[in-house]
Ligand binder design. Structure first.
Ligand SMILES: Cc1cc2nc3c(=O)[nH]c(=O)nc-3n(C[C@H](O)[C@H](O)[C@H](O)COP(=O)(O)OP(=O)(O)OC[C@H]3O[C@@H](n4cnc5c(N)ncnc54)[C@H](O)[C@@H]3O)c2cc1C
Length: 379
């Protein structure tokens, strides 16, 4: 679908009733990763065609377009097929950043999901008349005409919101600090002393990858939980359920891995045996040349790799004030409890490819059920 011509109106606060949107659609899907594509597919299947799907990337693939080159189809956790599609068919050694975008492109062609890109949504506002206004711009270009809509299926992922904890001395460190999103590959860190921070899958992956070329020290806030496999569906369900319960209560989101722990795969068991996974307590501060350990000793480091996770990308929803007193957004399934016009996909318990798929379908079900209820005559 060709992009609509942009206009030059600056995005500013809306005077209720004064905004004349250039285009009205029933639903806006924001983000075309696994979650957004799944939602767009189910909308189409259920006969909702008056939809705009907006995505900030230059092409298909969502955040997979940005994963590092050495994250291959063999080293990812497992990528669930998109609805109506066979599984990703790629060689083990193929980088996920190539295989998955090619797969998404195939899906978009086959299912004729019309994604408008590269378009970034800047603000979503209440129009004061029961609808929502979506203000966006072409990435690196002009603002686009405002969209008016009845509902938002938000599927903007986390990749654009890397999280680095605040640690004293961070500005004094003369070495390099990189977040997971900036991981340059093992070759660039060869011969260095690298501190890897974080207790999740990415941190462990970096330890394994750098083992032969760099000297690594692993720092985590808590003792990492490695669970003996196989990772049962029941354990997965329990982990997802505990994250879902937190978002139901409006508490800040935790990652599913924080609830399930890491699986002690044969590769990790071997790594433990070699002493690679001997973690240290989180350092207390950075110094110009390294870090100050919890026991007061100083460890020299040239690079600190922050594998400290992400926050959900929801900044464009800030005008709607969805966060509550408990620090998170209280959810009723995929819908925001206080504003069921907004559905969050790939959020909290659905932040995985399987979760994103399910959330896409569940969100469309919930949305249409809500519309049906409103059409029913009052008794
Ligand atoms: C390193 C890493 C490895 C992972 N490996 C796996 C794995 O193997 N298996 C698994 O199940 N999960 C994995 N995950 C979790 C993964 O993030 C999810 O499974 C899934 O890919 C997320 O899909 P999504 O659609 O929610 O988000 P994304 O793929 O991030 O898509 C979000 C889209 O929204 C767009 N967007 C963001 N903001 C805006 C805006 N304001 N306006 C317009 N568009 C916007 C983005 O450009 C992007 O295209 C991994 C995560 C990381 C960080």
């Amino acid at each position: 679908m060709p992009l609509a011509p942009g206009n030059t109106r600056a995005a500013g606060p809306v005077v209720p009733g004064m905004e004349s949107a250039a285009r009205s659609v029933d639903v806006v899907v924001i983000g075309a990763g696994q979650a957004g594509l799944s939602a767009a597919y189910h909308l189409r299947r259920r006969g909702v065609d008056d939809v705009a799907v907006l995505d900030a990337e230059d092409g298909p693939g969502g955040a997979w377009r940005h994963r590092w080159e050495s994250l291959t189809m063999a080293t990812v956790n497992g990528i669930r097929e998109l609805p109506g599609m066979p599984a990703v068919d790629a060689a083990d050694e193929e980088p996920a950043r190539h295989a998955v975008p090619a797969y998404f492109a195939d899906f978009e062609r086959r299912s004729a999901v019309p994604v408008e890109r590269p378009v970034r949504v800047r603000r979503v506002e209440d129009d004061g008349r029961g609808g929502l206004l979506v203000r966006s711009e072409e990435v690196g270009g002009a603002p686009r005409p405002t969209l008016r809509t009845r509902a938002i299926l938000n599927a903007t992922g986390t990749w654009s919101r890397p999280f680095v904890p605040s640690v004293p001395g961070a500005a004094e460190f003369h070495g390099r600090q990189l977040h997971t999103v900036q991981y340059p590959g093992a070759a660039e860190l060869a011969g260095q002393r690298v501190g890897i921070v974080g207790g999740g899958i990415s941190a462990v992956g970096f330890l394994l990858e750098l083992e032969d070329v760099a000297s690594t020290v692993w720092y985590t806030r808590r003792e990492p939980v490695l669970r003996d496999g196989p990772f049962t569906q029941e354990a997965g369900r329990r982990g997802v359920a505990s994250v879902a319960e937190r978002v139901r209560q409006g508490l800040p989101v935790r990652s599913v891995v924080s609830a399930t722990g890491l699986v002690r795969t044969p590769a990790l068991r071997e790594a433990e045996r070699r002493g690679l996974l001997a973690r240290r307590e989180m350092f207390t501060r950075l110094t110009p040349t390294g870090v100050l350990e919890a026991d007061g000793t100083e460890t020299p480091l040239e690079t600190i790799l922050w594998a400290t996770g992400f926050r959900h990308e929801l900044r464009h929803l800030a005008p709607l004030s969805l966060h509550g007193a408990r620090g998170g957004i209280a959810m009723d399934g995929t819908a925001v409890a206080a504003d069921p016009r907004i559905l969050l996909l790939g959020y909290g318990p659905s932040a995985s490819t399987i979760g994103a798929n399910r959330a896409g379908r569940a969100a469309v079900d919930a949305l249409l059920a809500g519309w049906d209820r409103r059409r029913e005559p009052s008794r």
